[in-house]
Design a protein around this ligand. Structure first.
Ligand code: MOS
Length: 735
C-alpha cells in the first residue's frame, strides 16, 4: 500500500512531511505492527555471564509450559532450521554466528529462543530455560586495556609529523568518550513468514531492505529475489539498522522450526547489547601553531572498543584529514577487543568522536595563543582543496557556515578570558565546533506510475528512516514536472520496488534524489512524445518546455495543452510507467565533495549544582540544495540533540566486575529530552552542488552532530575556566 489513501484528506504543504499524518494518527505501520495470520511469538534468552562456555541448557520445563511451540539453542547446530553452512555464515558478514557456538562473548548474547502462541507465554517459558556456564574472567575494562594495544598508522602521513612539537604554541592532550547506545524509539523487530522452503517474507526494522535481502539470502542459502523485505516506517535508526542483527536471524530460524509466522521484538534492555552502539573511545591530540596562528602540525591517535568476534574500527581520525589544511599530519588508530557485542555506526560515526577531540584541542590552543577560535579556524580551513586528495572541493561553504553562525549567536559578545559573564548563580560562556562529512552517493533506482487522472506514485526500495526521503522525492517530482503535490503518492521501503542503497552515511537523499530527478524528466519526455501524436506543436520540444497540471500537459508560456485523458486514449495507455537508475557520474571523480556545519552555543553553568543549561544553540549547515526544508531542519535538530546527550549525559555504564551494562533501560541511560535542549536554531547555506547529482543535495544527516559536543565543552570552558576532555560532562565533574 502506498503511504496515502485516496480518501485521506491531509494538509499538503511543500514544507510538511508527506507521511506526517500517517505517523501521528497511527496509520503508519512499523515492523512489528503488521497483522499476520497465525502469528506466533519468539523471545530471546540471553547469556547471564559475559565470558565462558555454555555447559548445559535445560529446556524441559520450558517446553512443558503453556503455549510453547518450540525452543532453539546452539545444540540444534548444524541443523539449525534453514541456516546455511558455516561458510555461508562467514560470507554473510553477519558477525555473530547466532546459536552456532557454545562460546559466550558478551552478556546478553542469545543462547536460546523460545517460541509460543502468545507473547506472555513465550516470556514466561523463556524464564524457565536453565543454562549453566563455565565462566571465565570477562574483560570489559576499556580504560585499563587500551594502553597495552599498539597504534597503527592509518592514512598517508603528510610532511614532518613532529612539527607540532617544535612550534611556538602547542597542545598535547588525551580525550575519552563513553560508549553510547542508539536507543531509537522503535525497538528492533521482525515478523518472519516462510512460504515453503525457498520463499521468505520479512517485516523487519532496518535502514536498507535490499541489504537485508542479500545478507539473509547468503545466511539461509536463498535467492535474494525470493526474499521480500518490508520496512515502510521506522521509529528512528541512527545507524542501528544498517546491519542484520541476531533478532532477524532468530525470527527466521524460529519461523522455520515451527513452520508458522514468528514475531520477535527486542526488549529495551536487549536494545542495549544486540543492535550495536557507539564504541567507547580514547584519543590523543598533539597540535601545534606558529605565532601567526597557522597550524603547524597534528598527530591524532584513537582507539575504540570492539568485540572478541569481530573487528569494528571506527574511523575517528578521519575528520583531521578533512577539515583543516594540515601540511604535517599523522593519524593512528587501533581497536580494543572486549567482552562486549560488536559496536556499529551511530550518527556521525567516527567524525563525531574525532571532532570532539580536535575541536576541543583547537579551542585549547587558541586560549594559549590568546586568539579568537573563530578567526583561527577560518585562517586554517582548507575550503578550496580537499587536503587529503588535493582535488578541488566541488562546493564547500564551511567558511560561510561559520560566519553566518557567529553573527547569529553574537560571537562578538564572547570574552576571550573565561569566567567573565554571570547571570545570577549561573556562569555564562560561548563555544563553537565545526563538522565536516564527505558527501557522495551510490547507484539507486526510482520508479513512477501515472494514471489517466494524473495521479502519480513515486517508488523506491529505499527506507525512510525518518529523514523525509519520501517527502523529498515527492518535492523533486513536483518541482521538475509541476504535478501538484496532492497528486503525488509515495511507495517505499519494500525490496520489490526499484532497488536502492541503505539509508545511512548521509547518502540516502544524495543517491535517490538523482533517480527522482531522472524519473521526473523521463515522464516529461515520454509525455511530449505521446502528446505530439495529438498535437504537432509538441514535436521536438525539450522537457523544460512543458509543465504538467493536474489534468494536462501544457507548453510553458502558451495556452497549448493536451489533456491526460486524450493522451491516454490516443496512445491506448492504461498507465504510464517509468523507472530510472542513476549512478555516480564522472564529475564525482574529478571533484571532492563534503557537507559542512558550524555549531555555536551559549551555555549557563550553575556553580553550586554543576548543572549545565544550554541557553542557545545555533547550527548552520552546508548540505547543498535543501530539497525539503522542514525535514532537513528536523535532521539537524535531531543530530544536535544527540550531540547534547553525548556532551552532557549519554554513557553506557558497565559494571566491570560482572561485565554487565548497568544502565540498560531508559531510566538508567540518560539522553536529552525536551527540557534539556533549547529551541535549536538551524540555518542552511542552501547552494546546490550539481557536480554531485542533478538535485544538488549533498546530504546533511551526520554533520548536525559532528562538532556539536565540542561546541558545548568549549562553551563550558569559556563559562567556568575548566577544561573537560572526558564525555559526558556530568554535574559531578563540573563541581
Ligand atoms: Mo547513520 S550512522 O548513517 O544511520
Amino acid at each position: 500500500m502506498a503511504f496515502f489513501d485516496n480518501d485521506l484528506d491531509f494538509n499538503i504543504e511543500k514544507e510538511g512531511r508527506a507521511e506526517a499524518l500517517f505517523k501521528v494518527t497511527g496509520r503508519g505501520k512499523y515492523s512489528s505492527e503488521y497483522k499476520t495470520e497465525n502469528v506466533t511469538y519468539a523471545v530471546i534468552v540471553g547469556s547471564t555471564v559475559a565470558s565462558g562456555k555454555i555447559t548445559g541448557i535445560d529446556t524441559a520445563d520450558a517446553m512443558l509450559a503453556d503455549g510453547v511451540l518450540g525452543i532453539l539453542t546452539h545444540t540444534d547446530k548444524p541443523t539449525v532450521p534453514g541456516l546455511a553452512s558455516e561458510q555461508k555464515i562467514k560470507e554473510s558478514k553477519i558477525g555473530l554466528p547466532v546459536l552456532h557456538t557454545d562460546t559466550i562473548y558478551f552478556k546478553g548474547q542469545p543462547v536460546a529462543v523460545v517460541i509460543a502462541k502468545t507473547l506472555e507465554e513465550a516470556q514466561y517459558a523463556a524464564s524457565l530455560v536453565k543454562t549453566s556456564y563455565q565462566q571465565t574472567r570477562a574483560n570489559v575494562d576499556f580504560k585499563n586495556t587500551h594502553p597495552s594495544i599498539p597504534l597503527k598508522n592509518e592514512g598517508k602521513e603528510r610532511g614532518n609529523t613532529e612539527n607540532w612539537n617544535s612550534s611556538p604554541f602547542n597542545v598535547e592532550q588525551e580525550y575519552h568518550i563513553e560508549g553510547e547506545v542508539h536507543h531509537p524509539m522503535e525497538m528492533h523487530a521482525t515478523i518472519a513468514i516462510w512460504n515453503g522452503n525457498d520463499k521468505l517474507k520479512l517485516y523487519d526494522k532496518n535502514q536498507g531492505v535490499n541489504g537485508v535481502q542479500n545478507t539473509v539470502g547468503k545466511l539461509f542459502d536463498l535467492q535474494p529475489k525470493n526474499i521480500e523485505v518490508i520496512t515502510e516506517f521506522m521509529g528512528g535508526g541512527f545507524g542501528s539498522g544498517l546491519r542484520v542483527w541476531p533478532n532477524t536471524v532468530l525470527a527466521i530460524m524460529a519461523a522455520k522450526k515451527i513452520n508458522k509466522p514468528v514475531k520477535l521484538m527486542l526488549t529495551r534492555t536487549q536494545m542495549s547489547c544486540l543492535v550495536g552502539y557507539r564504541p567507547e573511545s580514547w584519543q590523543k591530540i598533539k597540535l601545534g601553531a606558529d605565532a601567526s596562528g597557522k597550524f603547524t602540525g597534528l598527530i591524532h591517535d584513537s582507539k575504540n572498543t570492539t568485540s572478541l568476534y569481530e573487528n569494528f574500527l571506527e574511523n575517528i581520525t578521519r575528520i583531521s584529514r578533512l577539515a583543516y589544511g594540515f601540511e604535517n599530519l599523522k593519524t593512528q588508530m587501533a581497536t580494543v577487543p572486549l567482552n562486549m557485542s560488536t559496536p556499529t555506526w551511530m550518527r556521525g560515526p567516527g567524525e563525531c568522536t574525532g571532532a570532539f577531540a580536535l575541536e576541543s584541542a583547537i579551542d585549547e590552543l587558541c586560549f594559549k595563543m590568546n586568539k579568537d577560535p573563530l578567526a583561527i579556524r577560518l585562517q586554517n580551513l582548507s575550503d578550496v582543496k580537499d587536503p587529503e586528495t588535493g582535488k578541488d572541493w566541488s562546493t564547500n561553504f564551511v567558511r560561510e557556515c561559520m560566519e553566518k553562525g557567529a553573527a547569529k549567536i553574537g560571537w562578538n559578545q564572547r570574552d576571550m578570558k573565561p569566567r567573565q559573564k554571570k547571570e545570577g548563580d549561573w556562569l555564562v560562556g560561548y563555544g563553537m565546533g565545526v563538522g565536516m562529512w564527505t558527501a557522495g552517493g551510490g547507484q539507486a533506482s526510482a520508479g513512477l506510475t501515472m494514471d489517466v487522472d494524473g495521479n502519480v506514485t513515486v517508488k523506491t526500495a529505499m527506507t525512510d528512516i525518518g529523514t523525509g526521503t519520501g517527502t523529498s522525492m515527492r518535492n523533486i517530482v513536483h518541482e521538475v514536472t509541476g504535478i501538484p503535490l496532492n497528486k503525488i503518492k509515495i511507495d517505499l521501503g519494500k525490496s520489490t520496488l526499484p532497488q536502492a542503497p541503505s539509508q545511512g552515511g548521509s547518502r540516502g537523499l544524495s543517491s535517490i534524489s538523482a533517480s527522482s530527478n531522472a524519473i521526473a524528466e523521463t515522464l516529461k519526455s515520454n509525455l511530449i512524445n505521446y502528446a505530439s501524436k495529438t498535437n504537432p506543436e509538441f514535436k521536438n520540444l525539450k522537457s523544460s518546455d512543458i509543465t504538467l497540471t493536474d489534468s494536462a500537459v501544457q507548453i510553458k508560456n502558451k495556452s497549448t495543452s493536451v489533456s491526460f485523458q486524450k493522451i491516454f486514449t490516443d496512445n491506448q495507455l492504461t498507465v504510464i510507467e517509468v523507472e530510472e537508475t542513476t549512478q555516480p557520474g564522472d564529475l564525482q571523480k574529478k571533484f571532492a565533495f563534503a557537507s559542512g556545519a558550524a555549531h555555536f552555543c551559549r551555555v549557563k553553568v550553575h556553580e553550586l549544582t554543576g548543572k549545565v543549561k544550554i541557553d542557545r544553540f545555533v547550527s548552520v549547515v552546508d548540505g547543498g540544495k535543501i530539497v525539503s526544508e522542514k525535514p532537513a531542519k528536523n535532521q539537524v535538530i535531531g543530530a544536535v540533540v544527540g550531540g547534547t546527550g553525548m556532551a552532557l549525559m549519554e554513557e553506557m555504564t558497565i559494571d566491570k566486575r560482572i561485565g554487565a551494562l548497568v544502565a540498560d533501560d531508559l531510566a538508567g541511560y540518560h539522553f536529552s529530552v525536551n527540557a534539556d535542549v533549547p529551541i535549536i536554531e538551524v540555518d542552511f547555506i542552501n547552494k546546490p552542488d550539481f557536480n554531485l547529482n542533478a538535485s544538488g543535495a549533498k546530504g546533511l544527516g551526520e554533520v548536525g552532530i559532528i562538532g556539536s559536543a565540542a561546541a558545548i565543552a568549549n562553551a563550558i570552558f569559556n563559562a567556568t575556566g575548566k577544561r573537560f576532555r572526558n564525555l559526558p560532562i556530568t554535574p559531578d565533574k563540573i563541581l
